[in-house]
Design a protein around this ligand. Structure first.
Ligand code: GMT
Length: 380
C-alpha cells in the first residue's frame, strides 16, 4: 500500500514525436489511476490537454545571456528536477529519451543525495536516442554512462534492447515495455462524409503519418502508392510535417500520381479521424524502434504494410495484420498492398489489425510500468 499512489516526475520532449506522446499518455493514465504526475519539460506537452487533479506541469526556463551560443538546457532541466523533487516529495523520476534526459536525471539525483533526498530514476529508451543520436561518438560516453547510472532501464521493443546492448557497454538489465494505445480514443469512427469528400468514386484510401524525417523514407510511400495507383483507383493522404516534406511534395508532383490523388494534410490533432476512413497504412522506415503511428492505425482497423526495420516485426504480423517487406523494396510493398486492398481480403486484414492492436491496449501495458516503478523504488 505504501506504493499504491506514487509521486512521479516525468521528463520528456513535449513535441509531436512518439516518445513525447508515450510519456504524456502514460502520465495521463497514471494520474487517472491516482498517482501524482509532475511533467518537467520546456513547453506544455501537446497531448497534455485536459485537467486532472493529479497532473502538474513544471516549465523549464533558461534566461538568455549573450555568452550562450548553446543555452544550457540540461543544467536548467536538472535544476528544475531538483526543485520539483524536493518540494513535491517525488518518489521517482521517469525520463523518456536518453539524450539529454538521462544525464540530467543523473545530475539531479546526485544533487538531491547531497541534500538528503534519495530518489531513483528510470530511463526509457525510445529509438533514435540509441540508434541515431546516442551512438554518435560525440555523445556516446555520456549516453553510456547515464544509461548505466539509471536505476531502471526500459526499451520500447526487444529489438531496441538488443541494439542497445550490442552498441553500448550496458551492465544492467533492460526491461522491454512496448508502446501502448488507448483503444477508447483510437477506434474506427463513422466518418463516411469525410471518406466521400476524399474518395468520390470509392477509391481505396492509403495513409501515412510521420514527422517526415529521412529515416521514414517517405519517398518510398510515394513510389509504392504510384505502383498501386497503376493497378487500382486509390488516394493517398500524408499526415504530419518535417524536414523532408518539400522534397516529397516535389516528388509527388513529378510522378504519375498527380492532381488530387495525393494530399498533404500537415500536422493534425485528430489523426484518428483520418485513420477511421483509411484502408491501408504504409510504414516505410529504415529505422523504427516500435512504430507507434502504425499501432494507432491498427487500432482504427487499418492494416499495415511495413518494412522489417527495428521493432516493426514485433508489432506487425506478416500475412496477418498486414505484410512485412525489406527496407526499400517498393515492388514488394506495392504487391503486398494490392493483396491487402483486394476486396476479398480487406475485411479480414482490418479485423486482424485491430486484434493485433488490442495486445498493446493501455490496460495491459500500464501495469507493467507501475510494477517496474515499485520494483525500482524498492531496490533503490
Ligand atoms: O519516430 C520518430 O522520429 C520519433 C521518435 C521519438 O523519439 O519521439 O519515435 C520513437 O519513439 C516512439 C515511441 O516509443 C516509437 O514508437 C518510434 O518507433 C521511435 N522512432 C524511431 O525509432 C525512428
Amino acid at each position: 500500500t505504501k506504493y499504491k499512489f506514487m509521486k512521479i516526475g516525468i521528463v520528456c520532449y513535449p513535441t509531436y514525436g512518439g516518445s513525447g506522446v508515450v510519456a504524456t499518455e502514460l502520465g495521463k493514465a497514471l494520474a487517472q489511476e491516482g498517482h501524482k504526475v509532475h511533467f518537467i519539460t520546456y513547453s506544455q506537452p501537446t497531448r497534455l490537454d485536459f485537467f486532472n487533479e493529479n497532473l502538474f506541469y513544471h516549465e523549464v526556463d533558461i534566461k538568455p545571456y549573450p555568452l550562450f551560443q548553446y543555452p544550457p538546457y540540461e543544467i536548467a532541466l536538472a535544476s528544475k528536477m531538483v526543485d520539483v523533487a524536493k518540494h513535491e516529495k517525488l518518489d521517482l523520476f521517469h525520463v523518456h529519451y536518453a539524450v539529454p534526459h538521462a544525464s540530467a536525471a543523473f545530475m539531479a539525483r546526485e544533487i538531491l543525495k547531497t541534500e538528503g533526498y534519495d530518489i531513483p530514476f528510470i530511463t526509457t529508451l525510445h529509438g533514435t536516442d540509441i540508434t541515431i543520436v546516442g551512438k554518435d561518438a560525440s555523445l556516446a560516453p555520456v549516453v553510456t554512462f547515464s544509461i548505466n547510472q539509471s536505476n531502471g532501464i526500459t526499451s520500447v521493443s526487444d529489438d531496441l534492447r538488443r541494439d542497445t546492448l550490442e552498441h553500448f557497454n550496458i551492465q544492467k538489465d533492460i526491461k522491454v515495455i512496448p508502446n501502448f494505445i488507448d483503444l477508447k480514443r483510437f477506434k474506427k469512427q463513422k466518418k463516411d462524409h469525410f471518406k466521400k469528400a476524399i474518395c468520390q468514386n470509392d477509391e481505396k484510401l492509403i495513409v501515412h503519418t510521420s514527422n517526415f524525417r529521412k529515416v521514414k523514407r517517405v519517398e518510398d510511400v510515394i513510389k509504392v502508392f504510384c505502383k498501386i495507383r497503376e493497378k487500382i483507383p486509390a488516394k493517398l493522404l500524408l499526415v504530419g510535417d518535417g524536414p523532408e516534406r518539400t522534397h516529397i511534395e516535389a516528388l509527388a508532383r513529378d510522378t504519375v500520381c498527380q492532381g488530387d490523388d495525393v494530399r498533404f494534410l500537415g500536422k493534425l490533432e485528430a489523426v484518428e479521424e483520418v485513420l477511421s476512413v483509411s484502408d491501408l497504412f504504409l510504414m516505410t522506415s529504415e529505422k523504427e524502434s516500435f512504430g507507434l503511428a502504425a499501432l494507432e492505425a491498427m487500432a482504427c482497423e487499418v492494416p499495415l504494410v511495413s518494412t522489417d526495420a527495428g521493432g516493426l516485426p514485433e508489432l506487425n504480423k506478416d500475412g496477418d495484420s498486414g505484410y512485412i517487406c525489406k527496407v526499400g523494396d517498393v515492388d514488394a510493398m506495392a504487391e503486398a498492398a494490392l493483396k491487402i486492398l483486394d476486396d476479398a481480403n480487406l475485411p479480414g486484414f482490418k479485423q486482424r489489425a485491430l486484434a493485433r492492436a488490442k495486445v498493446f491496449d493501455l490496460k495491459n501495458i500500464l501495469p507493467m510500468y507501475e510494477e517496474f516503478y515499485i520494483q525500482t523504488v524498492k531496490d533503490y
